[in-house]
Design a protein around this ligand. Structure first.
Ligand code: ADP
Length: 237
């Protein structure tokens, strides 16, 4: 964690010093320095957001507004948010969302956050197979129908020794630490806490060197998404 915080700060400070010392003498160089500062700043912001969210869930301060929400719409919005990340990393992000998914009980913002964490991880750990797929389906947990959203990659996968620990706060596999892939080890802790706060669950199945599938289970409300509602929403936007 301290490494994750210090590295971007060190980079930003040394770029600033170079600029003060007059080492930037072309527009091109200025743009390169600007982009380094921007990237490191974004990385720090994401980390600070994650730590703040973690602290609020840890102290039970998180306040979820759970309601019946259109899960397909939320997944589509998250896909829009991560499309630039996929492009930047040369990762193809595919999706398969049936038209007739029922609504689910969820806090829309927290659900987006949870899905975004899973997709960012799938991209980050996609290894040489730069491919990620998100799909949704209706399942049944016996008591009540549920919607399952899966995020799959064909990346580095997770070893049997690491699997029991990946949802623990700050846990990172030795492999990803050795490869110096950025992260604080909080994304999955938060994703699972969010899933459980919505009376859902988050499960994983993974094989090292083959890839991973993370599946989020959410309670369906039994209410189908009304197409009239969709039209009204798009007209009012
Ligand atoms: P971070 O990605 O910041 O390290 P997470 O809590 O999101 O933290 O993940 C914890 C650990 O689980 C990661 O460090 C990595 O070892 C493993 N992991 C998570 N998602 C994947 C994935 N899709 N493929 C392989 N390993 C993963």
């Amino acid at each position: 964690m301290s490494h994750e915080l210090r590295t971007p700060l060190t980079v930003i400070c040394s770029v600033a010093e170079n600029m003060i010392d007059g080492l930037v003498d072309s527009k091109q160089q200025l743009a390169r320095y600007g982009s380094v500062i921007g990237n490191q700043g974004r990385q720090l912001t994401a980390l600070v957001d994650q730590v703040l969210l973690f602290t609020s869930t840890q102290e039970g301060r998180s306040c979820y507004q759970i309601a019946s929400v259109d899960v397909a719409e939320i997944v589509k919005r998250v896909l829009e948010n991560v499309s630039a990340l996929g492009e930047r990393n040369g990762v193809t992000i595919e999706s398969d969302l049936p038209d007739d998914l029922p609504k689910v009980m969820a806090d829309a913002t927290a659900l987006s956050h949870c899905l975004q964490n899973l997709i960012v991880n799938a991209v980050k750990y996609s290894g040489e197979h730069r491919w990620v797929r998100i799909w949704a389906r209706v399942g049944d947990i016996g008591r009540q129908p549920e919607v399952q959203i899966s995020v799959q990659d064909h990346g580095i996968g997770i070893s049997g020794a690491d699997l029991p620990h990946i949802f623990e706060p700050f846990y990172r596999s030795p492999e990803v630490q050795a490869a110096q892939i950025h992260g604080a080890g909080l994304g999955l802790t938060l994703a699972r806490r969010i899933a459980e706060a919505m009376a859902g669950a988050l499960h994983v199945s993974s094989i090292r060197g083959v890839g991973s599938v993370f599946t989020l289970h959410l309670l369906a409300t039994g209410q189908a998404v009304s197409h009239d509602e969709e039209i009204v929403n798009s007209e009012t936007e």
